[in-house]
Design a protein around this ligand. Structure first.
Ligand code: 1QQ
Length: 404
């Protein structure tokens, strides 16, 4: 069929008008107005953490804490009667998956802010996307140097390696004042582990100890025989490992199997009870510094701990405490904003910007204790702890025992 030219151009015009009216949604989007979340289901807060891959051992604990916070604050009335709704996107263990998760949360789920990602390695590539889109991010477990400095919209509730890591070296020296020779291991393909090992190595020097060797590995490694043998030959009294749960746990196991008897410190990547399934009873005695203690006094930690124990039948781990605190920061900042303007009616872009400003100005009474933020968005926290892994002889049950 031949269409006359004037008709064809009319048709094209109608088509063009149709397309623009569809894409330029005439109402400005507000929090919770997206089709996927729906205003009736609550103000959407994004969670971008690792639910799959080797990093899931760490990421799932963050999600568990965030979900307890969602229920806790909604039971208390949410944002002046309006509930919040967590939108969880799995990042997997790498950067590409994290970028995807961030993009989906920002453009499709239209979240007001993002809790995530799990690793600093992922944060360095995905946070700049949120920064460019002006979406506030709260890192629940990113501890490498330089995270808050990624941009104005990036903050964290996870205290940096420079503050947390030295505590475990001091605890090791208390247990064994005769430590002289120290061997350090780190995963060289991960931003957090590279950052953490710098602090550990500096602490060793500051304590006037002898750093006898620095051994490198990859977070994907399973065989550590050559590095472990190299270190053991130098007869260290203390071994310090910066790795993630699976590689770090396997390294501990192989060091013990090769006969190393001295103290071992694991960095923040060891901070999950999932480590027990990797090194079983050979995890016994490993020291790990903590930014959370289940024993922390105060109502909110009591409620968080009770909810966690009730659901998981064990004490809450640090990453769950931090996941809770990250959601709490968004909720309480939203509550404050809502006193001035109804946040559910605010245009989304404006709400994201206001929320980002608001959250940096407050103090929060969290399960981690009282926290606040520096102007650049780093957490200010007062109390830190050191725990020692305790495993029953058959290696099936383990726990983090806090050192007094
Ligand atoms: C980081 C970390 C990890 C161990 C968190 C799971 O501290 O990547 O910054």
């Amino acid at each position: 069929m031949k269409i006359p030219t004037f008709l064809a151009s009319r048709l094209l015009l109608v088509l063009a008008l149709l397309i623009t009216s569809c894409s330029n949604n005439s109402t400005t989007p507000t929090a919770g107005s997206s089709a996927s979340t729906g205003s009736s289901s609550g103000i959407p807060i994004g969670v971008a953490l690792a639910l799959t891959s080797n990093v899931a051992l760490l990421g799932q604990e963050g999600v568990a804490g965030a979900k307890i916070a969602e229920k806790y604050f909604n039971d208390k009335g949410g944002i002046d009667g309006k509930p919040i709704k967590l939108v969880v996107q799995d990042t997997g263990g790498d950067e590409a998956g994290t970028i995807n998760a961030f993009q989906t949360l920002i453009t499709q789920n239209k979240v007001v802010g993002i809790v995530g990602p799990t690793l600093s390695q992922q944060a360095f590539s995905a946070d700049p996307i949120a920064e460019r889109s002006k979406v506030p991010v709260i890192g629940p477990s990113n501890t490498a140097k330089g995270i808050p400095e990624i941009g104005d919209y990036i903050a964290r509730v996870s205290a940096p390696v420079s503050i947390v890591a030295p505590n475990s070296v001091k605890a090791a020296l208390k247990i064994n004042p005769n430590i002289k020779k120290v061997a350090v291991f780190y995963a060289q393909n991960d931003a957090f582990n590279k950052s953490e090992t710098e602090i550990f190595q500096q602490t060793v020097k500051d304590q006037k100890l002898d750093l006898v060797t620095v051994q490198k590995f990859l977070t994907t490694d399973t065989d550590f025989q050559s590095q472990a043998t190299n270190a053991i030959n130098l007869k260290p009294d203390l071994i310090i490992i910066s790795g993630l749960a699976t590689d770090g746990g396997n390294l501990v196991k192989q060091l013990r199997e090769l006969g190393y008897k001295g103290l071992i410190i694991g960095g923040n990547g060891f901070n999950t009870s999932n480590i027990f399934s990797v090194c079983k009873n050979l995890c016994e005695g490993v020291l790990v510094a903590q930014a959370y203690s289940p024993e922390h006094p105060g109502e909110i930690n009591k409620a968080f701990r009770a909810a966690y124990v009730n659901q998981y039948k064990k004490e809450p781990p640090q990453f769950s405490g931090q996941g809770f605190a990250a959601v709490q920061v968004f909720v309480e900042a939203l509550q404050d904003l809502n006193k001035k303007t109804d946040v559910s009616k605010m245009p989304l872009a404006e709400l994201r910007t206001q929320l980002n400003k608001q959250l940096l100005t407050k103090k929060y009474d969290t399960p981690l204790g009282e926290i606040a933020f520096t102007p650049v968005g780093d957490v200010i926290q007062k109390q830190f702890y050191v725990a020692q892994l305790k495993v029953d002889p058959n290696g099936n049950n383990g726990k983090f025992e806090f050192i007094k």
